[in-house]
Structure formats: structure tokens, C-alpha cells
Design a protein around this ligand. Structure first.
Ligand SMILES: [Ca+2]
Length: 546
């Protein structure tokens, strides 16, 4: 038994050591207070660059001209790509909106920030990028979709609680229209205000007569000038004028809802690809789908009318519509870049362009996302900053959690202690400083839609999942050559991306690939064990400094 005075001495020694570590790191308060103090102190620092982050929803990496697509017309994004570091191998941490967006804005993996499923709340302790920039003296503005809230309903006040000072909210789905600035604006301006904004022209009796029989069946009912894409661009340019006239650095998050499905597209973009042949993915069969892990099969075959056997003519128009929507978005990006230039703000503004995930566009029989195939997890990522970032392609593997520390580094601000991303600044600022590349990227996916058929009924029984089916909570690790997806209950996928870039041949059960499977499992296990060390080890001593 240790004598009480000895125990006291040990405790004192431990406390002193802890205090020394604490003091050397300059951390005297809890994590959130410390972060705020650091940023408040930084607010009086040198003039900081503005940040314009242009976000879109469901845009694939390969649907930019700058990324090698010779069919799609994206001249303005190509211009931005020429002026930016173009991260050609950027991957999201979740192939669905809310977890992915939470990762972008926290710099943390989904299992760490714990916002795993759409329309679930952000944990109260998670501090988002706009709040960090606001604390550093930035004027922060949101135009469009955020999809991140600490509580329901998704109002402008709730968006302000995430760190946005100026809010023009539009989350883009009918059940959030009650709180949508765009929906209100359209009601005040659009002569066709009674027609829902996602409605197709051929669904509206009064518009059918004006349609060409051989025209795009996905033509939107409403005029392009009243779409949420045009509104988001217009409102962003108006905000930019206000922000550029202010005396604070600004952060504008300009967040487009498109090219998210449904694939309605307004004129004239509906006919832009009329005569164009776009390569389509191979048709899938029940047999080919049956070779996928059960959660992925369920996702593809969900609903009363699974889409995997879609008519090829319809699929052709779907591609033309998606491309037309991207070209519409591209026009708006061009107008935003022009506005920045006209305001004289381009030189001191970091411009980011990316997406929260991609779209399968019927690859592997699926529309939308929620899977680890390249079409869903591989996104465009452009980061431009005149004079600081060297324009050009960067083919290193990067993760979406890397964007937050990159922006903070470029703005001269400290990285949060719990950030799991790595700043990309050294990869693209021409400084020649070493930037250890990632040799693997990770993604995570809970797939509630598998169980609920796309509904929002998330009634959950512990140990039984939803409606008696356990949540398929899957993990992915991807190196340059290999992708390994792990599902609970013994299912897995292994793809050799070098020889099988379209992920057609699952090698997980191939005895010849057992060493690769073992190596990928080791990578997953190491990542799961170590990713949270930033929360649990780094700065969390509870013993006071003095
Ligand atoms: Ca999304």
C-alpha cells in the first residue's frame, strides 16, 4: 500500500507535469474557449484574405471540362481551374449530404463529428468553419443550401447558430420551403409561381403544347431566371457587393442545390446537348446487382420501381439534362468570378469550388449516391488564391477534411486542435516546403435509405436497426491502386482501380488477393483506432494550470 504522503507527492508531480505540458501548449481553458480565445486574438492581426466557397450538390469530378471531359461545356469552371490548384484526386468522407458537409466544415471524419445521417442534428460541441472565421473577425454569409443544423427546424436563425451572420437560406426540398428565402422570392416575382419549382414542363397542361415532340423530356416548367440556380448566383453577387464594401474580411458560402436530382433543366440549357452522344454506363441486370454486398443491392433495388433497367433513351436524356444543369451552374460561377473581378476583390480572395458528393448516373444500376463507387465519392476540388497558390493540377490523394485546415492556413489562422485533415497549402503554394502526401483516403456511410425506401422514418431499435434491419454502416479505404469497402456481417468489396477503373470485378473473395485484403483491413483498423486521438490525447488535461 502506498503511504498517503507518497501518493500525494505522486499526484502533485503528475499535476505539475500536466500543467507544464498545458502551459507549453498555451492551453489554459476548455477546447472551445481556447479556440475562441486564439481566434479573437487573431482578429486584430494582419489583413486577412476573403474566402468565397462555391459549393454544389451531387457534382462528379469527371463532369468538368478541366478534368478531361471533352463533351461537357464548363468554360467558366475551366477558367477557374486554370487559375487554381486543381486537386484531381479529391474524395469526400461520406457519399451523402449532411455527413459530408459536416466533414468539410469541421475537418473531421463522420465517426468523429457524429453527424451521420441526413436531417439529424449536429452534436453541440462541433464548431463549424463559419463560426471559426466569425470569431476571427470575418463577416460570414450564406447563400443557398447549408443542410447543417444543431436542431430542427432548419430556419435562418438556426443557420446563424452555425456561424453565418448574413443568411439567404434555401435547402432545396419542398418540406424546407417554409424557411427558404428563394421560395419566398420566387413567390414574389415568378408569374408561374403556382407551379412547384422542380416540376417538368410536360407535367403542366398549359405548357405541353409548346414542347417539341423530340425535345428534352426533363425540360423544367419554370423559366431559368426563376430557378434556384439563377437565384443563388444572383443573390451571391448582390452579397459580394455588400461584403466587398465592408471593412472586414469576408467568407461567402455560395451553395448551389444543383446538379442534384431530379434532373429537371430549364431552357435553353435543356437543348444544349440535344444532338450530342454521351457515353452511357453498361446496363446492369439482377444477376450483376446480385453480386454486390446486400446493403448495396438493397439500395439499388429500393422502392416500387428500381431504376437499374431504365430505358436507354430516357437515360440518354438524363445525361443531357445533368450536363445542361452543370452548364447552367457554370454560367453562374462565371458571373460570380466576373463580379469579384469588377469589385477589385479577386486578388485578395481565396476561391474554393467543390461538391459534397457525386452522382452514379446509373453506373452500377443506381441514380444518386450513398455508395463508395468513384462516381459518388470522387469530387472536383479547385482552390485558387492569386499570388499564393500556384495554379496547376495536383494529383495527390486528398480528403474533403483537408479543405478547412487549408483555408485557415492560407488565412494565417491556427488549425483547431481536433482537426483531422491536413493543410494542402504546402502542396500548392510553390513554397517548396515538404508536404507528406496521403497514401490512402477514407469514407464512411450509413445507408438508412436502404431500409426506409427513401423515407424519413428512422425509428430505431437498439441492436435491431431500423424496421428490423441493422444499419449497414460501411467503411472504405482507397489507395491509388486499391479500394476496399467493409460492411458489417462479413461483406466486402475489393477493386483494383488500376486494372478495373469501373469497379466491375470484386476481388474480395479471391484467394490470390488475400495479402491485399489483409493490408487494407490493417489500414482501416489503424485509421479507426488512431483518428480520434486528436479528441482524446492532445490537449484534454482537466488539471488547472496553477
Ligand atoms: Ca448532397
Amino acid at each position: 500500500m502506498i503511504a498517503s504522503h507518497t501518493l500525494g507527492r505522486i499526484l502533485l508531480a503528475l499535476a505539475t507535469a500536466a500543467a507544464a505540458i498545458y502551459a507549453s501548449a498555451g492551453r489554459a481553458d476548455g477546447p472551445k474557449a481556447t479556440i475562441e480565445k486564439q481566434f479573437t486574438a487573431a482578429a486584430g492581426g494582419p489583413h486577412r484574405p476573403n474566402i468565397v466557397w462555391i459549393m454544389c450538390d451531387q457534382l462528379r469530378s469527371d463532369c468538368l471540362g478541366a478534368n478531361g471531359n471533352s463533351i461537357i461545356k464548363t468554360p467558366h469552371l475551366d477558367r477557374l481551374a486554370q487559375q487554381s490548384a486543381n486537386f484531381t484526386q479529391a474524395f469526400v468522407q461520406a457519399p451523402v449530404c449532411v455527413p459530408s458537409r459536416a466533414s468539410f466544415f469541421t475537418g473531421r471524419y463522420p465517426h468523429s463529428h457524429r453527424n451521420r445521417v441526413n436531417y439529424t442534428p449536429l452534436p453541440a460541441g462541433e464548431v463549424l468553419l463559419p463560426a471559426r472565421l466569425q470569431a476571427a473577425g470575418y463577416c460570414t454569409a450564406l447563400v443557398g443550401k447549408t443542410h447543417l443544423y444543431y436542431r430542427y427546424p432548419p430556419t435562418a436563425d438556426e443557420a446563424r447558430r452555425t456561424g453565418f451572420e448574413l443568411v439567404d437560406l434555401h435547402d432545396g426540398v419542398p418540406f424546407t420551403d417554409e424557411w427558404s428565402e428563394y421560395a419566398q422570392w420566387r413567390q414574389a416575382h415568378d408569374p408561374l409561381r403556382d407551379i412547384p419549382y422542380r416540376r417538368l414542363a410536360h407535367q403542366v397542361p398549359g405548357l405541353r403544347a409548346s414542347l417539341r415532340a423530340d425535345g428534352n423530356p426533363n425540360r423544367a416548367a419554370i423559366d431559368q431566371q426563376y430557378t434556384d440556380t439563377t437565384w443563388t448566383g444572383m443573390r451571391a453577387r448582390e452579397r459580394l457587393k455588400e461584403l466587398a464594401a465592408g471593412d472586414r474580411p469576408f467568407f461567402l458560402f455560395c451553395s448551389f442545390w444543383k446538379p442534384h436530382s431530379p434532373y429537371e433543366v430549364p431552357a435553353p440549357f435543356d437543348s444544349m446537348y440535344d444532338q450530342v452522344e454521351i457515353p452511357l454506363p453498361p446496363a446492369e441486370t439482377l444477376e450483376s446487382i446480385g453480386r454486390l454486398p446486400p446493403p448495396v443491392q438493397k439500395l439499388i433495388l429500393r422502392g416500387k420501381k428500381p431504376e437499374y433497367a431504365m430505358d436507354r433513351r430516357r437515360l440518354e436524356w438524363l445525361y443531357r439534362s445533368y450536363y445542361g444543369t452543370v452548364s447552367h451552374l457554370d454560367r453562374e460561377v462565371g458571373l460570380i468570378l466576373d463580379a469579384l473581378k469588377d469589385l477589385g476583390a479577386l486578388e485578395n480572395t481565396i476561391v474554393v469550388f467543390t461538391s459534397d458528393h457525386g452522382d452514379q448516373l446509373l453506373e452500377h444500376g443506381l441514380l444518386g449516391k450513398n455508395v463508395f463507387f468513384e462516381a459518388s465519392i470522387h469530387v472536383p476540388l479547385l482552390i485558387g488564391f492569386p499570388g499564393r497558390i500556384r495554379p496547376g493540377r495536383c494529383d495527390e490523394l486528398v480528403e474533403s477534411i483537408d479543405v478547412l485546415p487549408t483555408l485557415l492556413a492560407l488565412a494565417g489562422l491556427a488549425e483547431p486542435e481536433n482537426c483531422q485533415g491536413r493543410s494542402l497549402a504546402a502542396l500548392c503554394d510553390g513554397s517548396g516546403r515538404p508536404a507528406p502526401p496521403r497514401d490512402a483516403v477514407f469514407s464512411e456511410n450509413v445507408i438508412p435509405e436502404v431500409i426506409t425506401d427513401g423515407g424519413l422514418d428512422f425509428a430505431f431499435a437498439k441492436g435491431q436497426g431500423v424496421k428490423g434491419v441493422r444499419h449497414p454502416d460501411a467503411k472504405m479505404v482507397r489507395t491509388r491502386r486499391w479500394k476496399y469497402n467493409y460492411y458489417p456481417d462479413g461483406y466486402a468489396e475489393l477493386y483494383d482501380l488500376e486494372h478495373d477503373p469501373h469497379e466491375q470485378h470484386n476481388l474480395a473473395a479471391d484467394p490470390a488477393q488475400k495479402p491485399v485484403v489483409d493490408e487494407m483491413q490493417r489500414r482501416l483498423l489503424n485509421w479507426l483506432i488512431t483518428a480520434d486521438e486528436v479528441d482524446q490525447i492532445a490537449p484534454r488535461w482537466l488539471i488547472p494550470r496553477h
